[in-house]
Ligand binder design. Structure first.
Ligand code: ADP
Length: 236
């Protein structure tokens, strides 16, 4: 197997990429999804977040991607208090985060190439400059033959691989992935894990939520475990 695409080194000036202090979160009909959660993700760290379905893993990731606001405590991302960010600052912080969502959030009217290239285009890049990188990444996730296809023609696993390619394309400082291998077989899960590990070695902070304990074991990454709204470090 060839090496994952090489990315430029990611710089991370804040002493903690993520810091959660006494964080609580509730939905209207689930008032205590997260309780007194404390978490520190250092720059360049790699963690797996495990826990049973419904434990609050996706909710925790939503706080980190600034898609939800904590109802108690403090969320700091890249040293900034999430609650203190202005509407104009939120997209700038989000641009430093590569998020893989469980529902993929692909744009069906764009080709695979255009979907994967989106973060680079939004950052002001030119297609002729970024095309080789995008093509290399799509080949790495096994979609090199389908670059002109559109997402509706893809299988669930292919959509998942495209979502991962897009999330990491712009060399994000923080990669947050929600069950990123839930729709692929073990060989592809290991290949995708290698991609996350390669990006981590180049400086990205990585947090992967997964109920796949075996994958977490194989990763050798540090473990965080969420259960009944409470986070513990170390896992099993
Ligand atoms: P996990 O990712 O660990 O499976 P989630 O964060 O998706 O857990 O869900 C945690 C709890 O919050 C569950 O009880 C779920 O039903 C509830 N929940 C998740 N999203 C919503 C929502 N949008 N509105 C109300 N309750 C929600």
């Amino acid at each position: 197997m060839s090496s994952p695409p090489r990315r430029a080194t990611v710089s991370e000036p804040a002493s903690e990429t993520v810091r959660l202090t006494g964080v609580g979160f509730g939905y209207a009909d689930s008032p205590e999804v997260l309780r007194d959660v404390n978490l520190s993700l250092k720059p360049g760290s790699f963690h797996f977040l495990t826990g049973p379905s419904g434990a609050g893993k996706s909710t925790l990731l939503r706080l980190l991607t600034l898609s939800a606001r904590a109802t108690a405590g403090e969320v700091r991302v890249f040293g900034r208090d999430a609650a203190g960010l202005s509407r104009g600052e939120i997209p700038l912080v989000r641009r430093r985060i590569g998020a893989v969502f469980q529902d993929f959030r692909l744009l069906d009217h764009l080709s695979l190439f255009e979907n994967a290239a989106l973060p680079l285009r939004l950052a002001g890049g030119r297609a002729r400059d970024y095309a080789p990188d995008v093509e290399e990444m799509l080949r790495w996730v096994g979609l090199g033959e389908r670059m002109d296809a559109r997402p509706p023609s893809l299988s669930g696993g292919e959509k998942q691989r495209l979502a991962i390619a897009r999330a990491v394309m712009a060399k994000p400082d923080l990669i947050v992935a929600d069950e990123p291998t839930g729709s692929v077989d073990r060989a592809m899960a290991d290949r995708l894990l290698k991609l996350f590990q390669a990006l981590n070695r180049l400086g990205a902070t990585v947090l992967i939520a997964s109920h796949d304990e075996a994958l977490a074991d194989r990763s050798g990454a540090r473990r965080l475990h969420l259960e009944h709204g409470r986070l513990t470090e170390g896992g099993r």
